[in-house]
Ligand binder design. Structure first.
Ligand SMILES: N[C@@H](CCC(=O)N[C@@H](CS)C(=O)NCC(=O)O)C(=O)O
Length: 224
């Protein structure tokens, strides 16, 4: 059976979890707490870079969430999450890559603030984060136009990748009011059972924050 090593708070893992659910596949979840589990020799054998997600399929390990999404699509093509025409494929890849390379790095300071990480309240970094995020959100708003999803009327990997990042903005204190199309799209995604099943609960967020605070304290104590 497919096995997904993940953490419920990990955006990178959640996109794979959602794809597995959207494809109605049978799989087993293995939680990696990210407080050292990822550094254990058994895990490092699968992923020497100590990152989740990892998908294991009958002894074959795949790492890098976008590679896992491609693997799932190739092995289980129905229901399709990959468009077939050139422009839609390009749009889909663009949204995936812009999310990973532009949006998530821009969001990092906002996430650090929410998590209470040291330096998380630096006003200059927060301002930059808002400005950089706004460039991506404006780009996505325009790209979405009047479609239900980035690829038209059908859900694709673009929605899964962007749709596990963009809906964090209201939780991070920035409602999507200036982006009505994106906001309606995010609402549409939230209606889907795969998003509802994988949505981190406020309790899970708090528990993760406490675990990360303890790790930061431990790290600071070791530095002194
Ligand atoms: N490019 C990788 C990034 C994976 C990644 O950064 N995972 C984080 C959690 S979201 C992680 O495992 N961090 C723990 C560590 O690096 O030790 C992917 O898309 O799979």
């Amino acid at each position: 059976m497919l096995k997904l090593y993940h953490n419920p708070l990990s955006v990178n893992s959640r996109r794979v979890w959602i794809a597995l659910l959207e494809k109605k596949l049978e799989f087993q979840l293995v939680e990696i707490r990210l407080d050292g589990d990822q550094l254990q020799p058994e895990f490092l054998k699968m992923n020497p870079f100590h990152h989740i997600p990892v998908l294991e399929d009958d002894g074959f390990s795949v790492l890098e969430s976008l590679a896992i999404l491609d693997y799932l699509e190739a092995k289980f093509p129905i229901p399709a999450l990959l468009p077939t025409d050139a422009k839609t494929i390009a749009t889909m890849r663009m949204v995936e890559m812009v999310t990973v390379n532009e949006l998530l790095p821009a969001m990092n300071p906002l996430i650090s603030r929410m998590m209470g990480f040291p330096g998380g309240n630096d006003p200059q970094k927060l301002e930059q984060a808002k400005e950089k995020s706004a460039i991506v959100l404006r780009f996505f708003e325009k790209l979405l136009a009047d479609h239900s999803y980035f690829g038209g009327e059908q859900l694709t990997l673009a929605d899964i990748v962007a749709g596990t990042a963009v809906p964090w903005f209201p939780i991070l204190g920035f409602p999507l009011i200036d982006y009505p199309k994106l906001s309606a799209w995010a609402e549409r995604l939230m209606q889907r059972p795969a998003w509802q099943t994988t949505q981190p609960t406020p309790e899970a967020i708090e528990a993760f924050k406490s675990r990360m605070e303890a790790l930061v304290k431990q790290y600071e104590a070791n530095q002194n």
